[in-house]
Design a protein around this ligand. Structure first.
Ligand code: GLY
Length: 318
C-alpha cells in the first residue's frame, strides 16, 4: 500500500558519491564581530569533523552525531557546554535525531550531560519510545551510565542570565516573556545547533541539539525534540531548524520542508517553508538535504551560521 514511499530509496541506491553534510549553529543577529567570527570558526570546524566521519564511516548517522557533538563541546553555541540558563539558573537541554526510515529519538530537559545528541540516539536505538523527559530520562541516563558533566555553565551564559534577571527585577521584562517586544527578540541569537547528512547509501539523517531559550520557564520544551518541528527526516529528505521554538513548533516547520521535498528540490522547499514562517513572523533558519543530495539553506532572521561540504569539495561557510 505504501510502496510509493520506497521509490526514493531505490533511486538513491543507484546514486554514487553524494556524500553531503550541512550544519547550522543558530539564527538571529550576531552581537559583535567576535561573535560572528566564533560562530564562523565553530561551524567550519563542525562540518569538517562531520564530513571526515562521513568519509571514514560512510554513515550519515555517525556524521551528524560527530558534527553536533563538536558544537556541543564549543561554548560559543547554545547546546551542550555553552547552553543558556533557564529562569532558575539551570541548564535544561533538548535534542533529537531522526533518519529516513522514520527511526527517531529525542530528549527534553536533559541536565548535566555534555552530549544530549548521544542520549537522543540512545533513545532511538535502545528504547521503544521517541521522546524521554523528566524522571524517566534521569533514570535512563543513569542506567546507561552517561557521564555527568558539571562544567556546562560558561561565564558568558551566566552573565547573560544575571543581566536578564536584573531586567525582570527592574520590570523591563516579565518572567514569562510576553512583554518582550519583537524588536528586542530580533536582537537575540538562538545558537541551537544542528546537522543533516546523506551518505553513499542514500541514508538521510537530521540531528538538532539546544539549550533552548534563555530565561525559559523550568520545564519548557522547545521545537528541537519535537519530531516534525525542529527535527525531521523521511525518505524525501532531512531537515533541522533553529530559531524561535514556539513558532517553529506551531508551524511544524521541519515536516513542512520534508513535505515540499516530495515535489521540489531542497532549496525550493526551504524557501517555500520560510515564506510561510515570515508570514507568521517566525524568526528561524533551516537546513535541508533532499533524497538526491541537493541542499537547502535559508533563514528569516538577520543572521544564521551554517556550513556545508558536498562530494569532497572544500567547505562552504556562511
Ligand atoms: N529553537 C530552539 C528553541 O527554541 O528551543
Amino acid at each position: 500500500m505504501f510502496s510509493f514511499l520506497l521509490r526514493p530509496i531505490i533511486h538513491l541506491e543507484r546514486g554514487v558519491g553524494m556524500k553531503t553534510i550541512i550544519v547550522h549553529g543558530g539564527t538571529g543577529s550576531f552581537k559583535s564581530d567576535k561573535d560572528f567570527d566564533e560562530h564562523r570558526r565553530g561551524v567550519e570546524e563542525a562540518v569538517i569533523h562531520g564530513y571526515s566521519t562521513l568519509e571514514e564511516r560512510n554513515s550519515s548517522e555517525e556524521a551528524v552525531i560527530a558534527a553536533v557533538s563538536k558544537m556541543e563541546e564549543n561554548p560559543t553555541f547554545n547546546c551542550g557546554r555553552g547552553s543558556v540558563l533557564n529562569y532558575n539558573g539551570q541548564i535544561e537541554m533538548d535534542a533529537a535525531i531522526m533518519d529516513n526510515n522514520l527511526n527517531a529519538g529525542a530528549v527534553s530537559g536533559l541536565k548535566r550531560v555534555l552530549h544530549p545528541i548521544e542520549v537522543a540516539r540512545a533513545v532511538m536505538e535502545q528504547t521503544d519510545h521517541v521522546l524521554l523527559a523528566g524522571a524517566e530520562l534521569e533514570e535512563f541516563v543513569k542506567v546507561l551510565e552517561f557521564p555527568r558533566d558539571e562544567t556546562l555553565v560558561v561565564p558568558h551564559r551566566f552573565n547573560q542570565w544575571k543581566a536578564e534577571l536584573e531586567r525582570i527585577e527592574r520590570g523591563e521584562k516579565t518572567r514569562f516573556g510576553k512583554s518582550i517586544s519583537l524588536a528586542r527578540k530580533a536582537q537575540e541569537y538562538h545558537s541551537t545547533c544542528g546537522a543533516v547528512a546523506i551518505d553513499d547509501h542514500g541514508r538521510l539523517v537530521a540531528g538538532t541539539s539546544t539549550g533552548g531559550m534563555s530565561m525559559k520557564s523550568f520545564g519548557r520544551v522547545g521545537d528541537t525534540p519535537i519530531i516534525g518541528a525542529g527535527t525531521y527526516a523521511d525518505s524525501f529528505g532531512a531537515v533541522s531548524a533553529t530559531g524561535h521554538g514556539e513558532k517553529i513548533m506551531k508551524l511544524t516547520l521541519s515536516r513542512l520542508v520534508a513535505f515540499f521535498m516530495e515535489q521540489y528540490p531542497a532549496q525550493k522547499s526551504v524557501d517555500i517553508a520560510l515564506e510561510r514562517a515570515r508570514y507568521f513572523d517566525c524568526e528561524c533558519g533551516l537546513i535541508a538535504i533532499d533524497r538526491y543530495g541537493n541542499i537547502g539553506i535559508g533563514h528569516t532572521s538577520k543572521d544564521m551560521s551554517w556550513a556545508f561540504i558536498k562530494d569532497g569539495h572544500p567547505p562552504v561557510v556562511f
